[in-house]
Design a binder for this molecule. Sequence first.
Ligand code: SF4
Ligand code: SF4
Length: 418
Amino acid sequence: MNDQDIEKGLMACVHCGFCLQACPTYRETGDESDSPRGRLVLMRRVQEGSLPMAEASGEEGSAGYHLDRCLGCRACETACPSGVPYGQLLEHFRDRQEREMKRTTGSKILREGLLGTLTNPTRMAIALRGGKLTGGRIPAPIARFLGLPTDTAMPLPTDLKAAGRPLPEVTPAQGEKRGRVALLAGCVMRVMFAPVHHATARVLAANGVEVVCPRRQGCCGALHGHQGHGEDARQLARETIDAFEKDDFDAIIVNSAGCGSMMKEYGHVLKDDPAWAERAAAFSARVKDVSEYLHALGPRPMTRPLNVRVTYHDACHLAHGQKVTSAPRALIKAIPGITFVELTDSEICCGSAGIYNFLQPDMARSLQQKKVANILATGADIVATGNPGCLAWIQSGLPEGGKAPEILHPIELLDRAY
Ligand code: SF4
Ligand code: SF4
């Protein structure tokens, strides 16, 4: 964002407060500085130079402290009648935070280590194998050094091999061909949630769509952008565009809400780069969440009734980042035998928010507990949600065994019904 865009974005806030009750952190603390309106005031003061970001580093009550506590969920954007581009402003100020704030050594190692591991499939695969040795737990002395609770654990897939089984480069369409799309494999999705990719390819193929998963593709840059590593995010955006744009696909399909939200914003991310601005805008216009693509295409009838009670959690970057809420619900409701029950506060963040659950564990756990309580109150057999962070974080908060619901990506539910 250039200075003019920042000024315009900050000025758009008329302090009406409509966003307050939509904001998970304000609902938790009741503190104006933990609200969108309060954070916009802090941003304005930093922008004007009356509140230095460097001296505000993580100190309770400072600008940095309250910006760190923001989930980046963008629920405030959905609620805002004035069109404040909160997500873009937050990414700009996060960039400044990372350049100007003094963080502790443990905090720096935690932030860089998480980003460098989660966004690199090779490192992530090694970390998952290491995690198996400790049952996913981070040893207490290391957790203490990193400033984490000593019971911090990584949610691990039960079968690592299946979790990382790559998709074939081409999955042919079945029956009359209705489309040809490319699928983003991503980074975390590729090593922890490959079964979701396989389900996506099978469901699209069953609907007459050929699915190409280009081999030369990497991380989309979403986590970098959200964590204040703007230049890395821009470079990863260029590489992703380059990997996908050469072929004439009908759409670029994403099954991870955070990645889809970022890729739909490449036009904004690269708008000040003359060599890429036009390509980025054209690329973003072709990005679709798998649910919106399939819903618009019109799904073929599903043949296997599931006879289960299902609820749905709105991943923030699908509901608020992409404004996609009705397509996944419509697809789930089209499954024969399903009883669909709405989830209270479905659109409120579960606390995962990229790596937020590691950086702000107390707030994240409190939000996770509320989400799980609401899920259990539905009596659902299955909770569906379209983002890897939500899948892993909600899973780790659900009670074990007994009548605990299963958690699935919506496309996995559809896959069971085809
Ligand atoms: S992004 Fe989410 S947590 Fe941050 S101010 Fe907006 S609603 Fe609150
Ligand atoms: S709803 Fe929008 S205009 Fe109103 S206080 Fe919140 S950010 Fe500002």
